[in-house]
Design a protein around this ligand. Structure first.
Ligand SMILES: Nc1ncnc2c1ncn2[C@@H]1O[C@H](COP(=O)(O)OP(=O)(O)O)[C@@H](O)[C@H]1O
Ligand SMILES: [Mg+2]
Length: 191
């Protein structure tokens, strides 16, 4: 099955799914590296280890801060975190609203078995009970995500994640851009 995702540019694309659901792989495949802000990466930048949960509060401050700075500059941004708690999604949706860009939620609706299997191939392996709990939170999220204020919500089944295609479209009110920012020549100061 192939799903086609229409993503306004700029927008904040919020990925949502348990560890092992394929979020980071999907992000790398479809978006430029500079557009992806990863909570795991923020944890490593502060605490030297993507698994260092002691620094999670600070890592999420950094995560949100980078996202805000990018959106302030109207740059397409992908928030790569589990976003399985309603509060986490609300924070991200709120940031997008504050900076006047659409928020798009992509939910990785994979089976628990798939998440557990992919977890074993992951760079940072997560404990099995953590994935089981995250998968329960995914079931809760699926009940509410359509009523949380996101401009678009895409729910990808596990057989759709690999074949999904993305179409970038100018956001309403966005400057007409012929080329995405990362393909434009550097500004030379002549405005
Ligand atoms: N579409 C896919 N098809 C096959 N394997 C995948 C796919 N997506 C991810 N994987 C595998 O699963 C592992 C975990 O994926 P990852 O993208 O890191 O998940 P997440 O970021 O959600 O934790 C990766 O190392 C990769 O080997
Ligand atoms: Mg990841």
């Amino acid at each position: 099955m192939s799903a086609r995702l229409v993503i306004p540019r700029p927008s904040l694309v919020v990925l949502c799914g348990p560890a092992g659901s394929g979020k980071s792989t999907f992000a790398r495949r479809h978006f430029p590296a500079t557009a992806i802000v990863s909570s795991d990466r923020c944890r490593a930048m502060i605490g030297d280890d993507e698994a260092n949960i002691r620094v999670s509060p600070q890592a999420f401050e950094l995560f949100h801060f980078i996202i805000e700075l990018r959106l302030r500059d109207r740059r397409l941004t992908v928030a790569d975190s589990t976003a399985l708690r309603a509060e986490a999604r609300r924070d991200l949706e709120g940031i997008a609203k504050r900076y006047g860009v659409p928020a798009v939620l992509i939910v990785f609706n994979v089976s628990e078995a798939r998440a557990l299997a992919h977890n074993t191939r992951r760079k940072r392996r997560v404990a099995r009970p953590v994935i089981e709990q995250q998968w329960e939170r995914l079931q809760e999220a699926l009940q509410t995500v359509h009523e949380e204020g996101f401009d678009r919500v895409y729910i990808l089944g596990e057989d759709e994640v690999g074949g999904a295609t993305i179409e970038l479209t100018p956001a309403a009110g966005a400057r007409a851009a012929t080329r995405p920012p990362w393909k434009r020549p550097p500004r030379d100061g002549r405005g």
